[in-house]
Write a protein that binds this ligand. Structure first.
Ligand SMILES: Nc1ncnc2c1ncn2[C@@H]1O[C@H](COP(=O)(O)OP(=O)(O)OP(=O)(O)O)[C@@H](O)[C@H]1O
Ligand SMILES: [Mg+2]
Length: 261
């Protein structure tokens, strides 16, 4: 395992940061020009923290999540996962970091249609070379937490959108990662199912201590977090701390309006 230097600019700020980005940029080639898609983003998510990211379509939210997940490298800047600098890891180490430390949840679920719910959920364990049977008690407990305990033998085609998303949350939690990265997890759901999914993410954070980074267009979803970060044209424009009280959604709305996004 690669380790951090004792001191110096690449040392993680504190041991409680599960994710940290420092001065991250990502350029892409558009019409033969190098265009900045993510610009000088620094952020930190502590263990067990719930943080939302809001921003208009095209502001770079998904690109940023990809960089944070080590799915593509930043053009410059550093990303640390539990203190380990991802830019310093070789491909094999990076794959292991991603699989063991990060759970992903997407707008379109990405469930494998030929596998049952239980097989989908335990797939990350198989990929990590673990025997799902040895972990089946914990997996069943996670399925119960997400109210899909009775659906294990079904195929995804026989599930509602909300059930599919709960299946994908259980899959994201299979390897017991300290961090969930969620890209618009309610974007393809009815508002009722979307609210259920956000309530379940809060429950997962509370009961399992999993840190959550949630990208969303929905201020109501964003307000379930401890903090909201606002991204505009690839740059962090502002941050709002929330209280968990009834005025949080209005606060998020006000902040969006004040920023013109
Ligand atoms: N592979 C690519 N090549 C060139 N430009 C890209 C590529 N992928 C994304 N972009 C551009 O980067 C910008 C940010 O895209 P990104 O998907 O990160 O935005 P987003 O905030 O997630 O948007 P949405 O809310 O619609 O999901 C957009 O202008 C997009 O067109
Ligand atoms: Mg996106």
């Amino acid at each position: 395992m690669s380790s951090l230097p004792e001191s110096g600019p690449l040392q993680a700020a504190t041991s409680t940061a599960v994710l940290e980005a420092r001065n991250v940029y990502r350029f892409r080639s558009v019409d033969k020009q190098q265009v900045p898609i993510v610009r000088d983003v620094s952020l930190r998510v502590d263990a067990g923290e719930f943080v939302s990211i809001m921003g208009p379509s095209g502001s770079g939210k998904s690109t940023l999540l990809h960089l944070l997940a080590g799915l593509e490298p930043p053009t410059s800047g550093d990303v640390f996962l539990q203190g380990e600098r991802m830019g310093g890891a070789d491909e094999e180490r990076l794959a292991l970091l991603r699989r063991s430390k990060i759970g992903f949840i997407f707008q379109f679920f990405h469930l494998l249609p030929d596998l049952t719910v239980f097989e989908n959920i335990t797939l990350p364990l198989r990929i990590l070379g673990k025997n799902p049977k040895k972990h089946s008690d914990r997996v069943r407990a996670t399925m119960d937490l997400l109210s899909i305990g009775a659906l294990g033998d079904r195929k995804p085609v026989a599930l509602s959108g909300g059930e599919m998303q709960r299946d994908s949350i259980a899959r994201a939690l299979a390897a017991e990662p300290p961090l969930l990265l969620c890209d618009e997890p309610t974007g393809n759901l009815s508002s009722k199912h979307g609210e259920e999914v956000i309530a379940l993410l809060s429950k997962v954070r509370k009961q399992l201590g999993t840190a959550i980074l949630l990208v969303t267009h929905n201020p109501r979803d964003a307000a379930a977090a401890d903090r909201v970060l606002f991204l505009h044209d690839g740059a962090m424009r502002a941050e709002t701390a929330l209280t968990g009280g009834p005025f949080d959604v209005a606060d998020v709305f006000r902040r969006l309006q004040a920023l013109g996004i």
